[in-house]
Design a protein around this ligand. Structure first.
Ligand SMILES: [Fe+2]
Ligand SMILES: [Fe+2]
Length: 133
């Protein structure tokens, strides 16, 4: 396992936690594919799945932000957009062998965990105060 889910990542907003867990799961699948012989050819497909699922997840968060008038929405949205752009960039770089899968995984782990612990946690606290569970 590449990212180990810990209690500290829990926002206690059910839908968000479920989706975060799934994002972590797909990232771990990427890692496992690298460990397997012949698994490397699965990377583009899994990365595509990660990008698609991240978009679904970001939309969920942004809809909640709109519904509850979250003041830092633009900042948070920009972070989400940067992540999708970065994945797209990696997609091309991996193909052209300008980046390694290790760099990709390191980036994913760092971004996902930091974003959850900082931006998402702040937003979840706001939602909690509004009575969302
Ligand atoms: Fe977020
Ligand atoms: Fe999130």
């Amino acid at each position: 396992m590449f990212i180990i889910w810990e209690k500290k990542y829990e926002t206690n907003i059910t839908i968000i936690d479920r989706q975060h867990l799934k994002l972590v799961e797909i990232t771990n699948q990427l890692f496992e594919a690298l460990e397997e012989s012949g698994g490397r050819q699965m990377i583009p497909e899994i990365l595509q799945k990660l990008r698609e699922y991240a978009q679904i997840h970001f939309r969920t968060e942004e809809e909640l932000m709109e519904r509850y008038d979250y003041v830092d929405i633009i900042l948070h949205q920009n972070e989400h957009e940067d992540f999708i752009d970065k994945i797209t960039e990696f997609y091309g770089k991996l193909e052209r062998q300008e980046a390694s899968s290790f760099e990709l995984l390191t980036f994913l782990r760092s971004w996902i965990t930091h974003h959850i612990l900082e931006e998402d946690m702040q937003f979840a606290k706001y939602l909690k105060n509004k009575g969302v569970q």
